[in-house]
Ligand binder design. Structure first.
Ligand SMILES: [Zn+2]
Length: 135
């Protein structure tokens, strides 16, 4: 008879890769570049893609949360002001927690839908729907 671990390993190896990847979802780490009094998020586009949100939505959230102005160009977000990696990462983490991860099952497989002027986060994994905080 095979051990539980062996069975689990076999089951995992038979899962489609996409499912396995989703299980291992990790909040992307920001990669910054300082240019004078500006801070550039080099991997901004990649972060938006990983968390499956529009660049526009994430960009608006970040400039508001960091209390600054910025602009998007060629997949990078340039922020006015000097920010540390910790400061920017903290806001990306909050964004993912509030606008990406399902509050019921913690799955990142969610979408934002607007109904009657209210923005909801809908989970494709468990079907839960929650209103999200506007910003
Ligand atoms: Zn869910």
């Amino acid at each position: 008879m095979r051990s539980y671990e062996e069975l689990l390993e076999k089951a995992l190896s038979e899962l489609p890769e996409e499912v396995v990847k989703r299980e291992r979802f990790e909040i992307p780490k920001v990669s910054l570049l300082r240019e004078g009094s500006r801070t550039i998020i080099k991997n901004f586009s990649q972060i938006a893609k990983t968390v499956n949100r529009s660049e526009e939505h994430l960009y608006k959230y970040l400039v508001k949360a960091l209390g600054t102005a910025g602009f998007l160009e060629a997949g990078r977000l340039t922020l006015q002001g000097k920010f540390t990696e910790e400061e920017v990462q903290k806001e990306v983490d909050s964004y993912v927690k509030d606008y990406v991860l399902c509050k019921e099952c913690n799955s990142p497989d969610t979408i934002l839908v607007r109904e009657e002027r209210i923005l909801f986060m809908k989970c494709m994994a468990c079907g839960a729907k929650h209103p999200v905080r506007p910003f």
